[in-house]
Design a protein around this ligand. Structure first.
Ligand code: NDP
Ligand code: GDR
Length: 370
């Protein structure tokens, strides 16, 4: 019998990579998607199967982590072997503006999932993965961060995820559930949400290169992150649920770059050489060299700091040590920083080319109310 998995957050970056990965392993995959007023399944449309076709292995259910009855009903119906709780309000800066909702979805949502397993008496069948985060380390107490490093979250998101982390541990210890936390450091991809810094940079610089935009505005350029590829990281999520006993694991690449480094690397991928000028709130990057076919001209300011993107409390530096995952799961990251930058930039350049072509060919789609 094929294994059956349920993914919350299936429409997100990780959900889409994980669904693809589990389908390739022969799983029947169920995903929870939220009702939205417009289509929100772009990342998984290529996996869609006609509900009328027989032998369907990928099924979507409407649901929400803030709705316990709905979660219980879906889990009761599916009786999954594995649940991957990836659904969350996942944007750190947005969590300062929507702290209560973030707590409801990210913290209590996790409790609702665990309670559903307990209420339905699925503890001996269903394994549970919680999408924990390096944001738990926040104001770091030790470098690099590992499973034993003390937590010190710095945002409503981080604090909500702290509850989710501990309630997962608690249900493992109290009720014997196979429940584990993957403490994942930042991981990116061409389908990363457009407002996270890596994707914001690859998208904006590609568009500036083609003359669709003029300048990229960013917040803290000094923030340092351990950036990996989502494709590699979802494999670790799966591996965590295939062990003899449930444990928590740090998943990271062990290399660290600043936001400024990331911008410089993306510009370089586009053939543009940047020079960083001034410091602090007035820091900016000027193009000193650009390919002849680029819309960017030498002397053009292509990046500026905009304090609106500073956070009320910042996580300045994160660097993970995933020795435990390497030793116990046999997991290592496959994608280098340079490969990640290149893959994301090439993908966004392609999308920008499409937009530029639509502009230059003069095709105009009237807005609905024009
Ligand atoms: P995304 O923001 O890309 O995806 C989040 C998913 O959660 C989307 O499918 C979203 O639906 C869904 N969602 C949001 N709110 C709810 C809700 N109330 N009920 C049900 N579903 C909801 O995040 P990622 O894929 O990047 O991350 C996956 C998980 O891993 C998240 O929990 C995140 O916090 C965590 N994480 C991510 C890391 C990273 O670097 N990417 C690192 C460590 C942890 P919709 O599409 O409708 O918005
Ligand atoms: P993060 O990712 O907060 O680490 O959370 P994000 O890409 O949003 O920020 C990384 C760092 O870049 C700095 N930064 C900016 N960030 C954004 N979004 N926009 C900007 O313009 C900008 N300028 C500078 C930030 O201040 C920050 O220091 C991500 C999410 O995926 C979480 O869900 C996950 O848990 C963690 O990674 C690990």
């Amino acid at each position: 019998m094929a294994k059956c998995a349920l993914i919350s957050g299936v429409t997100g970056q990780d959900g889409s990579y994980l669904a693809e990965f589990l389908l390739s392993k022969g799983y029947a995959v169920h995903g929870i998607k939220r009702r939205a007023s417009s289509f929100n399944t772009e990342r998984i449309d290529h996996l869609y199967e006609d509900p009328h076709a027989s032998g369907r292995r990928f099924t979507l259910h409407y649901g929400d982590l803030t709705d316990a009855t709905n979660l219980i009903r879906i889990i009761q119906q599916i009786q999954p072997d594995e649940i991957y709780n990836l659904g969350a309000q996942s944007h750190v800066q947005v969590s300062f503006e929507t702290p209560e909702y973030t707590a409801n979805a990210d913290a209590i949502g996790t409790l609702r999932m665990l309670e559903a397993i307990r209420i339905l008496d699925l503890g001996s069948k269903t394994r549970f993965y919680q999408a924990s985060t390096s944001e738990l380390f926040g104001k770091v107490q030790e470098t690099p961060q590992r499973e034993t490093t003390p937590f010190y979250p710095r945002s409503p998101y981080g604090v909500a995820k702290l509850y989710a982390y501990w309630i997962t541990v608690n249900y493992r210890e109290a009720y014997g559930l196979y429940a584990c936390n993957g403490i994942l450091f930042n991981h990116e991809s061409p389908v990363r949400g457009e407002t996270f810094v890596t994707r914001k940079v690859t998208r904006a610089l590609s568009r500036i290169h083609l003359g669709l935009e003029n300048c990229l505005y960013l917040g803290n350029l000094d923030a340092r992150r351990d950036w990996g590829h989502a494709r590699d990281f979802v494999e670790a999520q799966w591996l965590m649920l295939q062990q003899a006993a449930a444990e928590d694991f740090v998943i990271a690449t062990g290399t660290q770059y600043s936001v400024r480094d990331f911008v410089t690397a993306v510009a370089c991928e586009l053939g543009i050489t940047l020079e960083w000028r001034e410091k602090g709130r007035h820091e900016h990057a000027v193009a000193v060299m650009a390919p002849s076919d680029s819309a960017v001209k030498p002397g053009q300011r292509v990046v500026e700091v905009d304090p609106r993107y500073f956070r009320p409390a910042e996580v300045e530096t994160l660097l993970g040590d995933s020795t435990k995952a390497r030793e116990k799961l046999g997991w290592t990251p496959k994608t280098s920083f340079a490969e990640l930058v290149s893959e994301m930039t090439r993908s966004d350049l392609e999308l920008a080319r499409r937009d530029a072509l639509v502009n230059s060919a003069g095709y105009h789609v009237p807005r609905q109310h024009e």
